[in-house]
Design a protein around this ligand. Structure first.
Ligand code: GDP
Length: 306
């Protein structure tokens, strides 16, 4: 997995390599430091974290008093790692719950985010990951606004071999489909039910109503363990602002950062966690069924620096 992440990131031109090469120049001038700052900002690390990192790098490289690449690399590695937050809890909490009826209920996962960020693809890939862990899965196509969305999810269901609950009627109540999916999961004693939603960025109140209702209705059958917000890593600050709206209307428990294979802007990991106060739990590294991986800070930083 790490090898794959490394290859993907290397192909897109890594942030860490650029920093490493500047820091190894020795006796850094003000223009070198400006270059470091620009590199961080261009990689979407964000203003606050960039300022912080600049300060610690200045101090630590001064104390270090050497330009030995290995030593500089070690400083950079530990500072980047601290920034990425190795202490954050990134586990997917998918324990089944025991209902009032004394029976085990599936863990449910709600997947939200703007259209085009890779939501449906992520749901398909997540099903694959869970199946590989020997869990039984049911998917729910609660994006009922576009018939194509349910078709796309059905295709994923066939591909990874899991049932998909959907409505044949375009414009059906998304909460009703979500409820059916969780009920089907419960009746078939599935371990996990993952529900895909529409990402229409209408007004905030509308979105809040819609996602709130879906979550409430799902909770009647089984507790919603995870609300995953999907964010496209290539969309920068604009994507962040849109993600923020979702985070304000529903309690997000984790971020899935997609299309990390197509960008050198890995710094968005830092920015999004800071701004939304939620850890990145999974990363999308391509369009295929196996291109979703748990986010491991150490692997990520090593990939940036390799
Ligand atoms: P949705 O509208 O949010 O459900 O987005 P889709 O799941 O339909 O994905 C939009 C496009 O992004 C599709 O062409 C996907 O194949 C592509 N995509 C999704 N995730 C990734 C990823 O991690 N890497 C790359 N390169 N493409 C992705």
């Amino acid at each position: 997995r790490m090898q794959r992440l490394r290859e993907r990131l290397a192909r897109s031109g890594a942030l860490g390599q650029t920093l490493l090469s500047i820091l190894s120049r020795g006796d850094l001038t003000e223009s070198d430091w400006e270059e470091i700052e620009e590199t961080l900002l261009l990689a979407d690390v964000g203003m606050g974290p960039t300022t912080e990192l600049m300060e610690t790098l200045r101090t630590r490289t001064k104390v270090l008093g050497t330009t030995d690449p290995a030593a500089v690399r070690e400083v950079l590695r530990s500072e980047l790692l601290a920034l990425v937050g190795p202490e954050l809890d990134r586990t997917l909490h998918l324990d089944p719950a025991v209902g009032d009826d004394g029976l085990a209920h599936p863990a449910t996962v709600l997947v939200v985010g703007v259209n085009g960020t890779g939501k449906t693809t992520t749901v398909g890939k997540l099903a694959r990951l869970l199946v590989a862990e020997d869990r039984t899965v049911v998917l729910g196509a609660a994006d009922t606004f576009r018939a194509a969305a349910a078709d796309q999810l059905s295709t994923w269901g066939e591909r990874v071999g899991v049932p998909v609950v959907r409505s044949e009627r375009e414009g059906a109540d998304p909460a009703a489909v979500a409820f059916d999916a969780v009920r089907t999961g419960r009746e078939s004693a599935a371990d996990v039910v993952v529900v895909d939603t529409a990402g229409r960025l209408q007004n905030k109140a509308g979105l809040m109503d819609e996602l709130g209702k879906i979550k409430r209705v799902m909770s009647r059958e089984a507790p919603v363990r995870e609300v995953l917000l999907v964010l496209d890593a290539t969309t920068g600050q604009n994507g962040m602002r849109q993600a923020q709206v979702f985070a304000e209307v529903v309690d997000v428990t984790g971020i899935v950062l997609t299309k990390l294979d197509g960008t050198a802007k890995g710094g968005i990991v830092v920015a999004v966690q800071r701004e939304l106060g939620v850890p990145v739990k999974l990363v999308g590294l391509g369009e295929g069924p196996d291109d979703l991986a748990p986010f491991v800070p150490e692997d990520f930083v090593d990939a940036l620096l390799s």
